[in-house]
Ligand binder design. Structure first.
Ligand SMILES: [Zn+2]
Length: 659
């Protein structure tokens, strides 16, 4: 289907073409209310935290607007960039003048922090100018730069001003000079800049940025004498962090501040068990942690730190979409298969060990060890989105749905002001979301993701329009022959399986609509203009309906959404004799607060228990709850996993014993 807009992503090896989120109007209660909360409340609350934790002051110092010193961790610049990217995306949707004023002031500040050669990083430029580009493995210099680039693109898209884009390009040009032209054999330890550079190349049409991204991607696994390189970087990190603490302490003494905050990095290490520390050390030395163990073309399994991994795989997928290098896609497909078979939790969460915050071997997925960082869910959505556009395969859109409603959504409280960093599948009642973390990657990632939701709902191909997610929305385009086209989607998701799609066209037009038939829907009923559609829908595939569409044509599509008990995979010892409750795209959990007459950890489920659903409009945000009976005869009540811990801390579990 050809449309008359310049925004269509020209990626030569993608089967599907993405539609920018700003072109998709989300209007259902479930998601629209979250977008509104995000733009009205969450984004401003997090801005206050950026002020409190020095992220903004660090730029004031670097820009010469304030006396002082960079305070906090070496990755703090990325928090500000991610917040700003979120703010720009929100502004594109709601045109909030208050937000625009903050955006403008931050953009000015970033511009003034840039050194004459293009470099920006407030940690290095104010504390260690002589150390820049000396420790790409650990100190997040290019990770921060990647977020600057993505933020600059978001700012340009939201305002059409090239001010921040020019800043980002000047930095990227410096990187080309330093790393590409000099053929430096190094690559950042936290992927991010790869996808950012590919997106910058696409935005500016400058292929040098694509080449630099390719250089960083293919350098992994090919760094000479990697172990020596890792040790050198670890020693450099230790010295740099010690020196930073000395500088910070001197600053606090000079300013008569007695309460010196403890370093997040130090706290993180102190908190680790011996086994986790050992695992972290081994993965540092073999390179798995940083995606440095194996060249991507030879990789077959997901390894290392999960956020690093998914950001890297997203960049690799984007590189494939630009170059068509089949070896990259083969590797990604193998990694993906391994991940979903044995290295991913039922919620879509990944990461089953602290320390590396990473993948382990197959089926080492204890519910109590579920790290499932919120950022890893976001990274996984981004990666699956790229794979979906490349292949048009339903399994990637199915996984995006699972991630959205479970591993991602659990990351924020219903009030939109508190966040989980790790997402356990069982809690002893001591867990709670927090408004901020010293390592604040997850809150800022959450608020930058929410406005972008629209881009995951639809895409285009030459044959027509693909409906990937069932989210109430409208999307419209002018087709190449000037026909005006609109598609309206109404849905009962995630509580009911009914959907209605209506077409608005000012001229009849032949094309296809592709509907995702979720794998969990065993029976699907489809009516086209109230007449049953003859082709049998296959779960886990796209159903194509091709016809000459006319104005007001409608399609009713009803997925079978019933509660089910899912038995744990026998290969995973920790859930072998357990069951979990699923309902359509949702995973359910039990909270102790709803089940006061028994201990949820001791409850025994009967596999034959009859599960019933009930809409409770007064519970949390209004939820479908699931009821059933235990072997003991006691009745239980379960709620969606994403909504747990919204009534205070309480015991919770996803997997329930049957023996
Ligand atoms: Zn995070």
């Amino acid at each position: 289907m050809k449309i008359r807009r310049e925004y269509v992503e020209p990626r030569p090896y993608n089967k599907l073409v993405g539609i920018p989120f700003s072109e998709v109007e989300i209007n259902d209660k479930f998601w629209r209310s979250r977008q509104k909360l995000n733009g009205d409340i969450s984004v401003f609350k997090l801005y206050d935290k950026l002020e409190e934790y020095h992220q903004i002051d660090n730029f004031r110092v670097a820009a010469g607007k304030k006396e002082g010193l960079h305070l906090g961790e070496f990755y703090y610049d990325s928090d500000l960039y991610k917040w700003l990217e979120g703010a720009c995306r929100i502004y594109l949707l709601n045109k909030d003048d208050n937000l625009k004023r903050i955006i403008d002031s931050l953009v000015n500040l970033i511009e003034k922090s840039q050194l004459s050669d293009g470099y920006i990083n407030t940690y290095f430029s104010t504390k260690f100018p002589e150390k820049r580009f000396k420790n790409l493995l650990i100190l997040h210099e290019l990770y921060c730069c990647g977020h600057l680039i993505q933020t600059a693109i978001a700012h340009y898209n939201a305002t059409k001003s090239k001010k921040l884009l020019n800043v980002a390009q000047r930095f990227a040009d410096l990187l080309i000079e330093v790393f590409l032209n000099e053929k430096i054999k190094d690559a950042p330890g936290h992927p991010e800049i790869e996808m950012a550079l590919i997106e910058l190349s696409q935005t500016t049409k400058n292929l040098e940025y694509l080449k630099l991204a390719e250089h960083f991607i293919l350098m992994r696994g090919n760094i000479p004498h990697y172990r020596r390189y890792a040790i050198k970087n670890l020693i450099n990190m230790k010295k740099t962090l010690e020196l930073a603490v000395e500088l910070d302490n001197q600053y606090y003494r000079d300013n008569n501040i007695s309460e010196v905050p403890k370093s997040e990095v130090a706290e993180f290490f102190e908190d680790l068990k011996a086994k986790e520390l050992l695992h972290l050390f081994i993965e540092n030395l073999n390179g798995k942690m940083y995606q440095h163990k194996t060249p991507i073309r030879e990789e077959t399994e997901p390894v290392g730190h999960c956020v690093r991994a998914t950001y890297f795989y997203t960049g690799v997928a984007e590189l494939y979409a630009e170059t068509g290098d089949e070896s990259l896609l083969t590797a990604l497909e193998s990694i993906w298969q391994k991940m979903v078979e044995g290295r991913m939790y039922i919620t879509g969460g990944i990461g089953s060990i602290r320390g590396t915050e990473g993948f382990q071997k197959d089926f080492k997925l204890k519910p109590e060890n579920s790290y499932s960082e919120t950022c890893a869910a976001i990274g996984n959505i981004m990666w699956n989105w790229e794979l979906l556009k490349i292949t048009g395969k339903c399994e990637y859109a199915d996984l995006i749905e699972k991630l959205l409603y479970n591993a991602f959504l659990v990351g924020q409280s219903i009030e939109g002001s508190e966040y989980f960093y790790e997402n356990k599948l069982v809690s002893n009642g001591e867990d709670e979301r927090k408004i901020w973390y010293k390592c604040a990657c997850c809150p800022t990632n959450f608020i930058r993701f929410i406005p972008s939701l629209g881009k995951y709902v639809y895409s285009l191909s030459e044959q027509g329009i693909w409906i990937h997610q069932y989210i109430g929305s409208r999307v419209g385009f002018d087709l190449e022959d000037n026909t005006k086209f609109n598609l309206f989607q109404k849905t009962g998701f995630p509580w009911k399986g009914n959907n209605q799609i209506t077409i608005s066209l000012d001229n009849p037009k032949e094309f296809s609509l592709f509907f995702r038939i979720p794998k969990w829907s065993k029976k699907t009923q489809i009516l086209v203009n109230d007449e049953p559609f003859k082709k049998e829908p296959i779960p886990g595939s796209y159903l194509e309906i091709k016809r000459k569409w006319v104005n007001n044509d409608k399609i009713d599509i009803d997925f079978e959404m019933i509660p089910r008990l899912l038995k744990g995979d026998r290969r995973n010892k920790s859930i072998r004799n357990k069951v979990a409750i699923t309902y359509g795209p949702l995973i359910y959990c039990m909270e102790q607060i709803d089940n006061e007459d028994f201990d949820i950890f001791e409850a025994r489920f009967s596999e034959k228990t009859e599960l019933t659903t009930e809409l409770n409009p007064n519970l949390i945000e209004g939820l479908v709850i699931i009821r059933g009976e235990l072997k003991s005869g006691k009745k239980f009540k379960a709620i969606p996993y994403f909504s747990w811990c919204n009534r205070g801390s309480t015991k919770m579990q996803v997997w329930h014993k049957i023996k």
